[in-house]
Design a protein around this ligand. Structure first.
Ligand code: ZN
Length: 259
């Protein structure tokens, strides 16, 4: 089976469409959460991903937007984006976000593989370094974990009682659609991050995702260019509209109270 692994789309429809267009052939789609937040197309992205498959785990932005958690751990930009998103989602989409399952989760028939947003120890934890990866790598019941949250494409691996390694896929260009194959070895445990579709943070602007061939035991890391300018302009327009409205609200509130 060939599984397309998407994570951290963050309401970026342009990036999502580009990924789906360039994605290698696959049998199913798995989504590691943060479907919403930051980008300007939350409803379009929710509709699109719901049409792709049913296997999801929830991300911290999904939880904050639908009110499962508050915004106190969010930076100001993420907080405003979450409030903007909440205002623009109909009840049906807020309910759908509320119903997303907590990770880690597994697929039937693929019990040695798990999927989570942050870490298998804690769905909100960031696995950035080998130090962070060591405990989940060695104590999880699954030998292969797909995770997101950091927006950094790559792998952590370790052999019980042996050596450990951090890997980042290598690419030849900075602007083309490209793939980088990563064959899994027997007896080695892995944490694999497909990277972020909508907001990469690894110094590579292209949308990131991955494909997992469960029979060949090969991960294919993928990057694809998309219309970044259009996505950015729509975010700026949404932020302007939000600020204008909320500044006006504050101002009229003040007038009412001064009166
Ligand atoms: Zn995220």
């Amino acid at each position: 089976m060939r599984i397309l692994v998407l994570s951290d789309i963050h309401s970026n429809l342009e990036a999502l469409e580009a990924c789906l267009e360039s994605a290698p052939a696959h049998d199913m789609v798995v989504n590691l959460g943060d479907v919403v937040g930051y980008g300007a197309s939350p409803n379009e992205v929710i509709e699109r991903v719901r049409g792709l498959g049913e296997f999801f785990v929830r991300g911290n932005h999904d939880k904050a937007v639908c009110g499962i958690t508050d915004l106190k751990d969010f930076n100001p930009v993420a907080g405003i984006a979450a409030l903007w998103t909440r205002e623009h989602l109909p009840a049906e989409n807020l309910d759908w976000l509320r119903g997303l399952p907590q990770g880690p989760a597994a697929l039937d028939g693929l019990e040695d593989v798990q999927f989570v947003h942050g870490s298998p120890m804690d769905e909100d934890e960031y696995v950035v370094s080998m130090h962070d990866a060591m405990q989940p790598l060695m104590t999880s019941s699954a030998t292969l974990t797909f995770f997101g949250h950091t927006h950094l494409q790559g792998s952590f691996s370790g052999e019980p009682g042996g050596k450990s390694d951090v890997g980042y896929p290598e690419y030849k260009t900075v602007g083309q659609s490209e793939t980088s194959e990563f064959p899994l070895k027997d007896g080695v445990r892995y944490l694999i991050n497909p990277g972020s579709v909508g907001q990469p943070r690894d110094g590579n602007w292209r949308a990131a995702f991955a494909l997992f061939d469960t029979d060949a035991r090969i991960i294919t890391f993928c990057r694809t260019p998309y219309n970044l300018k259009s996505a950015q302009e729509r975010i700026m327009a949404a932020m302007d509209e939000f600020n204008r409205r909320h500044v006006v609200h504050t101002w009229s509130y003040k007038l009412d109270n001064d009166a």
